[in-house]
Design a protein around this ligand. Structure first.
Ligand SMILES: [Fe+2]
Length: 204
């Protein structure tokens, strides 16, 4: 009797309602305030053609600066450890700890091209505000570069077989993935800002 087996798993971890409405309101207020007051961040966005605002290059202490980000980090810590365990990592006494965390305010027309997160083991995004129609985040099969002669997969293939997989978040959604997994954020076609917090975790 023949059988097939699915191997070399790539996991995407999703938790909805990971933070409550009150935390989201606090984070939204903080993000919009930073998008005005963080002049170094605004200069970086302008210089690098980044649509909207990110604190990625200007502020590396948000959890110490603003209580809402500290509370969010505690929430993510728990999920990151659960994700690490679900991946069957041999942690050897370490655990995933937050290495960097930044806020993104992406307006209508904004996008973020395909990338990976260097120098980290778990990366992810927590969604604070998602206007209707803001669109998904798209993950790419990490083996795609090895498949030059392979046929494309059927448009109706189940998700585990697709070369690109979309995940559409809601406010309060937390997504985690292994940092080497390439992903992109297609054009935000919705009127209004998509506000999110992205982060990298290392083992320590
Ligand atoms: Fe990213």
């Amino acid at each position: 009797m023949a059988r097939t087996e699915d191997l070399f798993v790539t996991r995407i971890y999703r938790a909805d309602n990971a933070g409550g409405a009150r935390l989201n309101a606090e984070l939204e207020h903080a993000a919009l305030e930073l998008s005005v007051s963080d002049r170094a961040g605004r200069r970086w966005c302008e210089a690098h053609g980044y649509p909207g605002y990110t604190s990625y290059s200007s502020l590396n202490d948000l959890p110490w600066r603003i209580a809402g980000f500290k509370r969010l980090t505690r929430v993510i810590d728990r999920h990151a450890l659960a994700f690490a365990k679900s991946l069957h990592w041999n942690l050897r006494g370490t655990r995933p700890v937050c290495d960097s965390l930044w806020v993104n305010v992406m307006p209508e027309g904004g996008s973020h091209t395909s990338h990976i997160h260097h120098n980290a083991v778990i990366s992810g995004t927590y969604y604070v505000a998602v206007p209707d129609g803001a669109g998904p985040i798209v993950f790419e099969d990490p083996r795609l570069g090895l498949m030059m002669a392979a046929p494309p997969r059927s448009a109706k293939a189940p998700r585990p077989f697709r070369a690109q997989v979309s995940e559409t978040p809601k406010p309060g959604t937390l997504l985690l993935w292994e940092s080497w997994l390439r992903h992109e954020v297609p054009l935000n076609r919705a009127a209004g800002n998509r506000i999110s917090v992205s982060f990298n975790y290392c083992l320590a």
